[in-house]
Design a protein around this ligand. Sequence first.
Ligand code: NDP
Length: 287
Amino acid sequence: MTARIINGTELARSLRTQAAERAAALLKEHGVRPGLAVLLVGADPASQVYVRNKVKACEEAGFHSVLEQLPADLTEEQLLARVQALNADDSIHGILVQLPLPKHLSSHTVIEAIAPEKDVDGFHVSNAGMLMTGQPLFIPCTPYGVMKMLESAEVPLRGAEAVVVGASNIVGKPMAMLLLQAGATVTLCNSKTRELAAYTRRADVLVVATGKPGMVTGDMVKPGAVVIDVGINRGADGKLCGDVDFAGAKEVAGAITPVPGGVGPMTIAMLLINTLEAAERKLGARA
Ligand code: NDP
């Protein structure tokens, strides 16, 4: 039996429609559009595609959006000054600095300069701490999108064995925290994990975010498991592929997300939701 496909494109579309409706209500009631500023330093081709998609999604939802394309040799001081200006700009409710930054800039310093109430990526240490303690202001968009997919696919999490492969600050760690808070028993694996397959094979819910194409194969998946593939990699043939060997895993899993059309579109939808909620909060239209 092949796995049920969890379609991120469809779910993301419906969330984006909801965001557009809520944005229209905010405009009507408060005369304000949710505003997102995206800062892109340098000309990394993948980053250019990502930021373009984010800005386009904002425009389609009726948000105000600003894309600042800054030169790769910008100094940290200049970048921090841009962030400070956006912190003070009332038309901007969310600020996103596209990562990775050029080597001479510290992403930590720059992210810490974003006002936490505008940190729609949820990467600021204060927002990471709020999430860790179960009172999130912003949930990082990718793991937030994964939780929405699990919810819409009605995947039971309470008491489930969840394994997250990949422990970055932006995906793996917040993902593990969200699954834990939903009642799952969570194992967080990294590149030093010995006998990775022994962990992945126990997972009722397996989330993979390593950036290593096809590294989780069908034999590493428990029959009937739900497999969420966060990876976005460009294969030698130029096509996008995930961190899971989709063809092999779908023969074993109960449900699986594709790449493309899985977690990727959800990340953008959750960015809109976070920006909208930042605006609603500022206007007192939200608790
Ligand atoms: P990072 O490179 O920051 O982190 C990768 C993590 O995977 C690290 O914790 C690393 O371990 C771990 N890892 C690497 N190799 C292995 C291995 N062989 N076995 C077990 N763990 C391993 O990546 P990101 O978290 O930023 O991104 C991961 C993937 O998700 C990428 O493909 C990226 O493109 C994609 N992505 C997709 C998004 C979306 O919208 N769908 C958004 C963000 C990312 P260690 O800590 O030991 O180094």
